[in-house]
Design a protein around this ligand. Structure first.
Ligand code: PEP
Ligand code: MN
Length: 341
């Protein structure tokens, strides 16, 4: 259910409607728009009677939301959302590039990577400290020490940082040290983790599960928003198919599908999406041409010796080349490179 307030409805009227919603044991989510405020209602298990709200002062109309996801839907908020990560804007025309190594391996490697991606023009530094590896015997990441390195090299090079939280314990540490929480493909449907992310106010980078539909991705984001955290950026990172020429099949049509259904920004990760170094930059260009709101690219100065995802990390000069090409592509979809911090 969505309550649309009249143009010019006062702050007090919005507060009174929200209080009325909460008095009924439901949750009200005021969503400011360019023209007017809308208030999404969640927490109901059955149908809500529109008459309960229609005659409240300032209410223009009460409309049912037809999708199972509510707060993430364009029905509820027609304008694109803009998520700010340490001052870097993503969405609403702002295109941001997140780059850095798959894993933080040591201070030197992280610093070389951070300086290189900064020099190439990237906006946000990535680096995994808690790694979701297929084998328990593979490098698992440096954990808390890795987050501290990432934070320090991010500060030194002037970039906000993002890292993955694998569980509640690592989430607490990521919230303390990073500007954005990454929820990985394997955790996209970890509803308890999503709810906890929703109780923070940190931007969340939510990656699509490897066999998740677009609707499941949006429902996962809904968990975060339903707890009051509206700072969610979605990420297409490839799905499992029968094809074996790439590690995953990068589903660029999902970008277009999501943008029709949701106001949330969606970025693309062609590194995990292809798994092969020579395919990453071309698919990054394709994502920009398709209208994505940003990219996440894994970069390593010596990819073949990387401790994780050695086959897909690109060299800094490859990222730099892409960064030069983006200003040619972005105007095609009404986008521009985000301002750097
Ligand atoms: C990653 O970005 O480091 C990662 C593990 O990605 P995904 O969750 O998409 O596999
Ligand atoms: Mn990786």
């Amino acid at each position: 259910m969505l309550i649309v307030m009249a143009v010019g409805a006062t702050r007090e009227q919005v507060a009174a409607v929200t209080a009325h919603i909460e008095a009924l044991g439901l949750k009200g989510h005021p969503i400011p728009g360019a023209q007017r405020v809308a208030i999404g209602i969640t927490g109901n298990t059955g149908v809500i009677e529109p008459a309960l709200f229609e005659s409240l002062p300032g209410v223009l109309e009460v409309i049912p939301v037809s999708h199972p996801y509510k707060l993430v839907s364009r029905e509820v908020k027609p304008e694109d959302s803009v998520v700010s990560v340490g001052g870097v804007k993503i969405g609403g025309g702002h295109f941001a590039v997140i780059a850095g190594p798959c894993s933080v391996e040591n201070t030197d490697q992280a610093l070389v990577a951070a300086r290189a991606v900064r020099a190439a023009g990237a906006h946000i530094l990535r680096g995994g400290a808690f790694k979701p590896r297929t084998s328990p015997y593979s490098f698992q990441g440096l954990g808390k020490a890795g987050l501290a390195i990432l934070r320090d090299v991010g500060r030194e090079t002037g970039m906000p940082v993002v890292s993955e939280a694998l569980d509640h314990e690592s989430l607490e540490q990521v919230v303390e040290t990073c500007d954005m929480i990454q929820v990985g493909a394997r955790n996209m449907q970890n509803y308890s983790l999503l709810r906890t992310c929703g109780r923070t106010r940190k931007p969340v980078l939510l990656k699509r599960g490897m066999s998740a539909t677009v609707e499941e991705l949006l429902m996962a984001a809904e968990y975060v928003l339903s707890e009051g955290n509206y700072n969610v950026v979605l990420c297409e990172r490839g799905i499992r198919t029968f094809a074996d020429h790439t590690r995953n099949t990068l589903d660029l049509a999902a970008v277009v599908a999501v943008q029709r259904l949701s106001h949330l920004p969606i970025i693309v990760d062609p590194s995990h999406g292809t798994g092969k170094r020579h395919k990453v930059i071309p698919m990054g260009r394709a994502a920009a041409a398709a209208g994505a709101d940003g990219l996440m690219i894994e970069v390593h100065h010596d990819p073949t010796h990387a401790l994780s995802d050695a086959a897909q990390q690109v060299l800094p000069e490859e990222l730099a080349q892409l960064m030069h090409q983006l200003p040619v592509l972005l105007p095609l979809t009404g986008r521009h490179l985000s301002e750097r911090q």
